[in-house]
Ligand binder design. Sequence first.
Ligand code: XIL
Length: 370
Amino acid sequence: MSQPLSRSWQRSLASGLFAVLIISPCLGTGCSTFDSARLSSAEELQTQPLSPLPLRALAQQRRLQIGTAVQVKPLQQEAPYRQILAREFNQLTTENAMKFRVIHPEPDRYDFTDADQIVGFAQTHRMAVHGHPLVWYRTQPDWLTQGQWTRQTLMPVLKDHIRTVVRQYRGRVQSWDVVNEAIDDQGNLRDNLWLRVIGPEYIAIAFQEAHAADPKARLFYNDYGGEEVGKKSDAIYDLVKTLRDQGVPIHGVGLQMHKTIKRPLKFDRIHENFQRLQALELDVRITEMDVQIHGGQGNLTQKLHAQAQVYQKILKLCLNAPNCKALTVWGLSDQHSWIPEFFKRSDAPLLFDSVYQPKPAYNALKALLQ
Ligand code: XIL
């Protein structure tokens, strides 16, 4: 797990210096086409003190969902976790609670315990819920991965799973990652159980089932590494365009946005991607944003500033894109990030540090929203 971060950046923030540092008009690369009059000018932002309002109030004014992935354990056990969730965010995503292995652990048994807690919390605090994910190749139960399936036997499993889960939360979950990570890094359909046994049409079937179970829910295809136009995002584009052309009920693309300060982003290419999806009348959501600082240049303060800039620029892109509806970060605090466990090293990729103090990235989002 990551360690609490130094407080030096907080002191610089308090002095007002930080706001000036992070909000220069052309931060790093890619200060290009996505600037617009919808945003305050850089000068205004520099001189404004940070708003005392929480993120969610500022986001609400711009009709933006600002969200985070939620884990059940800290939701149950940590009061600050609950307080910050309710205060700062107007949207929650179920980080693990709706994954197949968790919600459908045996062929004839669903377990909604964890998901109910998150959805219940969201209802109490008037937050939107994004359900994640209905179909994915990871976190599947053994009964599924080790079963001897034919097309005839697996098809009803796929359909029943989607119908049951979506129906359970009809009217309470507003949007879904229907299919997650179905395209591999070469831009081909990913080899997985669904593709092998059912064939490529498992994707269209998943969307149709989800739509039948809740016609009002907004349905997304979600993936990583497809943010900038390029091989993978071209494949995602082709997939969603084909679905659209076939009349399959799909409403948007989720861009996970797991990033690092080590590799500069090409913001104009992300902008281009947003635009071509808008031309298909598809929404975009930033669904799982985090920005690793490991391996970045400079001392910790500099790394956190670099991280803040990435968050701010992505938010700026989203605010400027009429089809971008949400920015969701993948975890509340650095203590809850999946990155240290997954990459086996400490990092600090989120908006709050591991003792729940807001980081420069948090302030950078606020400065842009206010
Ligand atoms: C991750 C969770 O954050 C971890 O807690 C879990 O152990 C593994 O999965 N892409 C996704 C998410 O779509 O579901 C993954 O979440 C992170 C990568």
